[in-house]
Design a protein around this ligand. Structure first.
Ligand code: SF4
Ligand code: SF4
Length: 169
């Protein structure tokens, strides 16, 4: 496997590289749809473990700076308890409903992200934040659209995809 793409993470460069390789990625993801689920899960989760092990998310924080997780009712209750506020206050103060009916943080960076890239509600953070970038979940074939969108956001996903290209393209 290659070394990590960035020693100092540059989100703009990642975005540009992902855009430049878009056609390749589209072709790859079409091919990935046809791979047996157990093989796909095994390959992606093992690449996830390797590349996540090379990355310190505190040096990056790009997910929290550029996209919002979907936030469910359980998340709202947990955050409310953690901040000792009413759930309705959390909704009023921090959230907005998107067109799909999910609560999201309406603007980025996330209101809970600190300048040091620490999450101020880390213990109570939404499930989608805990699971991001979702490349260690089972049934990867069912979330390929999410992984595809994350190529331009998460350097770990970008690196996983570079390896998948070598094998499956
Ligand atoms: S809640 Fe925490 S982990 Fe989730 S986006 Fe905000 S800062 Fe990041
Ligand atoms: S999960 Fe990905 S985008 Fe988020 S901080 Fe870690 S490396 Fe960066």
């Amino acid at each position: 496997m290659e070394n990590m793409e960035e020693l100092v993470f540059d989100p703009e460069s990642l975005k540009q590289r992902a855009a430049g390789e878009k056609k390749q990625h589209q072709l790859l993801f079409k091919k990935l749809q046809k791979i047996r689920p157990s093989i796909l899960d095994k390959r992606i989760t093992s690449l996830h473990d390797y590349y996540m092990g090379q990355m310190n998310c505190l040096d990056c924080g790009n997910c929290c700076k550029s996209i919002s997780p979907a936030i469910n009712d359980k998340d709202i209750d947990r955050i409310a308890k953690y901040l000792k506020k009413k759930p309705s206050k959390i909704v009023e103060q921090y959230l907005q409903m998107d067109e799909e009916g999910d609560y999201i943080f309406p603007s980025q960076p996330c209101p809970f992200l600190g300048a040091d890239n620490y999450c101020s509600i880390y213990e109570a953070r939404p499930k989608a934040c805990r699971e991001y970038p979702h490349t260690d979940r089972s049934k990867q074939g069912k979330i390929l659209n999410i992984t595809y969108n994350n190529i331009a956001v998460c350097p770990v996903v970008y690196d996983i995809v570079q390896e998948l290209k070598k094998e499956f393209l």
